[in-house]
Design a protein around this ligand. Sequence first.
Ligand SMILES: C[S@@+](CC[C@H](N)C(=O)[O-])C[C@H]1O[C@@H](n2cnc3c(N)ncnc32)[C@H](O)[C@@H]1O
Length: 220
Amino acid sequence: MSQELWTKVEQYFAPVVQEDEALKAAAKEGENAGLPPIAVSPNEGKLLMLMAQMIGARKILEVGTLAGYSTIWLARGLSEGGRLITLEYEQKHAEVARKNIARAGLGEVVDVRVGDATKTMPELVKEGAGPFDLIFLDANKDGYPAYFEWSLKLARKGAVIVADNVVRDGGVIDAASKDASIQGVRRLNEMVAAEKRVSATAVQTVGSKGHDGFAVMLVS
Ligand SMILES: C[S@@+](CC[C@H](N)C(=O)[O-])C[C@H]1O[C@@H](n2cnc3c(N)ncnc32)[C@H](O)[C@@H]1O
């Protein structure tokens, strides 16, 4: 298997996924603004939307907005009257995202908050913003252990937590890795394995974004 083949197979499924103009524009505007090309793929974004729909999510929390590409998919999966809060460290990313989200007609349902998620997540707890039905972790991977702990305080029973990029080209199995992202996801996986309140799995993915994967957890 090769990257070229993974990308071709992903493109083959484009008619199934149906990424629309607002999503294409969001990806393009992120690129034009010089943001890194690290958003979820269309296929993964659609999966996030479907997950939100499957659980009838009314409150979604996203950690790591970038240009708002995954935010748009997730917000489209909200039930009637639902709300999404997305947390982003970089002011510039948040500004690009707000424009993309508004263009997608979701400005009224999405709240983009700027700051370090290790600070903004505790603020959400304090203000009683939860409980959330779905939490998507996709910010700096060395922060995942802390984001997981805060997510447990913000999730309702029966909530779904999804953490992206937990495979990292297979790097996750390298216990001696000096890469802070790999160590972050390894620590997350240890915490998840030991946490009685979650039932979890991890699914490897290949596609235009290479070899990676999602951890999916159900909170009880
Ligand atoms: C992988 S990108 C998010 C991609 C986005 N979820 C998507 O798929 O369209 C990670 C984002 O997390 C942001 N980030 C990094 N560290 C953060 C932190 N401590 N708190 C909040 N956001 C952070 C980065 O600036 C970046 O925009």
